[in-house]
Structures are given as structure tokens and as C-alpha cells.
Design a protein around this ligand. Structure first.
Ligand code: MTE
Ligand code: MO
Length: 330
């Protein structure tokens, strides 16, 4: 297949997208695609009003973000429809079926909300949601999200680099990892009564991973605040790792010396490693990770896509793992 090289080194099959270099912004590109009549060439999902591409249905509070200038933060692929992003979810606190979170998460109360910042840092404390929202300028970032189960989406998130918060907390020299704890409230989350995971849902990153500009503290998607099922009022998005690293509805951020043990690692250590970087060469013990299904492309002619190393973000994050055996450190 013929590939076009994106400015940030990502490869995009030419059958899926037109030349990236010619156009600077996603919106410009969409307009041009429309003007050139390319929307009929298997790009039908891109047709329609350009403004609508990143606008939600208008039911939730607006949360606009300026186009991000972070390298790799603007994937030039067709966005997954808002309807799919918000109805096909993993959020086990609301049940294990893909449709459960959208059906059950209305009981989650995203306000008032606060996040405790503690552990190895000079500025521990409790941050209220309004202060978190104001901590840095909101950016819109179009990221691929690749679930360990073998499906993926392309989502226009709104938020800012987690590093903005970390800098304000001033981690000490002892801080090597960041641990994220999410809400586990039986009154708001029916799934927490089940023993499917060891609650609260806990995840962790190495400090340099957490500081990487692509690591996003997300507060919204499609120009609106996060729907509850997507992890309101704030969640991580770590685009080069399997989706389960992107913890939803975070209530605590802790700086630690020791590597955190995440809920999924606890549940099945041989299946879900600490790093969990997307890697088509390292199979899950029960299935291949070489290909993926793009949500929304389920039609008769839908083909599985090749999964990309680091989910397509190798140019940006590969250096973080220089010299590491990625098969051992899966
Ligand atoms: N608290 C919490 N966070 C979570 C999960 C969860 O069950 N609970 N599921 C994870 C998994 S497996 C994936 S793939 C993504 C899905 O995010 P989305 O539903 O917004 O696409 O959320 C992740 N974050
Ligand atoms: Mo996932």
C-alpha cells in the first residue's frame, strides 16, 4: 500500500486520507477536501458542515479548546462519531457491557468535585474542579485511542498537558511515578458492587511519561464537557498506551518512589503490564494485537487496520523507552 508521511512522522495510508503537507489545520483540510470533491471518495463521513466536525450535540456545557501545537496532537483521520464515542464505552464502575456506561452513568455527580494531590511533592493539596479547569489553557487534541480489546477510536478531546498540573505540585527528587486513583462510590456507581476489579480503579505512569506533553488531562470532548460515561469531570488520555491506562473520573494524584500496581495488573499480571504501550509485535496472551477495528467502520467493506507501534506516536514517545526490552516491559 502507498503511504504518505505526515509531518510528525506518522504514516497514513493514502487510501484513507489525502496529502497532509498541503494543509495546515484540520479544518482547512476538511474544507479543502469538500471543495475538491474528495468527500465522495470513501470519505463520506467527512461531508457536511465543517463546524459540526468538532461540535457535540449541544446538550452539555461548552468547553472549547484552541487547536493544540503539541507534536502529534492532531491526528489527521476521520473522527469517530460523537454517538459512538459516547455509547461504546469501558467504564466498569457502571457495568461491563459496552452500552452500560451510557445507560447507567447518569447517576454520577461530576460536581462538586475535587482532586487530592499528595505524596512526594512540595505542594500537596486539594484542588477544586473550577481551579483545575483554570490551571492551564484548554486545547483541542485529536488522538487515537486504542483499547487492549482490539478496537480504536479517533476523538477530539479538550484539556491540557498533565505536566501543567505536575509542575504546580513540584514533585520532589524522590518522585519516580505518578499514581492515579479514580472514584469508587457505590451510591453513584452500580458496578462498584461487583467484584470484577479491585476498586478503586488505580493506574500509574512513570514520571517522565506523565510529564510528556502528549499525556492529556482531559475535561471534555467534541467541544463540550466530558459526558459522564467518558470519565467526567476529568480523566487521563495517554494516547500511546492501551486505553485502560487512561483512568476516568480521577480523585487522587499521588507521587511515589515505587511503581504503582494498577487494578488491571492486579487482576491479571501476565496480561496487563505496567507500561502497556500499544505494540503490534507483542500479543496479548489470549489474542493478537497486530490489527484493530475502528469503531464506526463496521460495514460490509470494513477492514481491520494495522495497529501502529506506540499507536502511531513513536516519533514523539519512542525515546522514553530507549534501551528497554519492550517484550519484557510490556
Ligand atoms: N475508572 C475507569 N477508567 C477507565 C476504565 C474503567 O473501567 N474505569 N476503562 C478504561 C478502558 S479499558 C478504556 S478502553 C477507556 C475507554 O474510554 P472511553 O470509554 O472514553 O472510550 O477508559 C479506561 N478508563
Ligand atoms: Mo480498554
Amino acid at each position: 500500500m502507498h503511504f504518505l508521511r505526515q509531518r510528525d512522522g506518522q504514516r497514513i495510508p493514502s487510501s484513507e486520507i489525502t496529502s497532509r503537507e498541503v494543509y495546515d489545520s484540520r479544518r482547512d483540510w476538511l474544507k479543502s477536501a469538500g471543495a475538491l470533491g474528495l468527500t465522495g471518495l470513501g470519505l463520506s463521513g467527512l461531508a457536511g458542515p465543517v463546524q459540526a466536525q468538532t461540535a457535540g450535540p449541544g446538550k452539555l456545557a461548552k468547553l472549547p479548546g484552541a487547536k493544540s501545537s503539541v507534536a502529534g496532537a492532531n491526528v489527521m483521520e476521520k473522527l469517530t462519531a460523537y454517538k459512538d464515542v459516547t455509547s461504546y464505552n469501558n467504564f466498569y464502575e457502571f457495568g461491563t457491557d459496552k452500552s452500560d456506561p451510557a445507560e447507567n452513568a447518569h447517576t454520577l455527580k461530576p460536581r462538586p468535585w475535587s482532586v487530592v494531590i499528595e505524596g512526594e511533592c512540595n505542594k500537596p493539596g486539594r484542588w477544586g474542579l473550577d481551579d483545575l479547569l483554570k490551571a492551564a489553557p484548554m486545547e483541542e487534541r485529536v488522538y487515537r485511542l486504542r483499547c487492549v480489546e482490539g478496537w480504536s477510536m479517533v476523538v477530539p478531546w479538550v484539556g491540557y498537558s498533565l505536566s501543567e498540573l505536575i509542575k504546580k505540585a513540584e514533585p520532589t527528587g524522590k518522585a519516580k511515578y505518578v499514581e492515579f486513583t479514580t472514584l469508587a462510590d457505590k451510591a453513584q456507581m452500580p458496578g462498584v458492587r461487583s467484584g470484577v476489579l479491585d476498586w478503586p480503579y488505580l493506574e500509574g505512569l512513570r514520571l517522565d511519561e506523565a510529564m510528556h506533553p502528549l499525556t492529556l488531562m482531559a475535561f471534555g470532548l467534541y467541544g463540550e464537557v466530558l459526558p459522564n460515561q467518558n470519565g467526567a469531570p476529568l480523566r487521563l488520555v495517554v494516547p500511546w498506551k492501551y486505553g485502560f491506562k487512561s483512568a476516568k473520573s480521577i480523585v487522587k494524584i499521588r507521587f511515589t518512589e515505587k511503581q504503582p500496581v494498577s487494578s488491571w495488573t492486579k487482576a491479571a499480571q501476565q496480561e496487563y503490564g505496567f507500561f502497556s504501550n500499544v505494540n503490534p509485535l507483542v500479543d496479548h496472551p489470549r489474542w493478537s494485537q497486530a490489527t484493530e477495528r475502528r469503531i464506526g467502520e463496521d460495514g460490509l467493506f470494513a477492514k481491520r487496520r494495522q495497529t501502529l507501534m506506540f499507536n502511531g506516536y513513536e516519533a514523539q514517545v519512542g525515546q522514553l523507552y530507549a534501551g528497554m526490552d519492550l517484550k519484557k516491559n510490556f
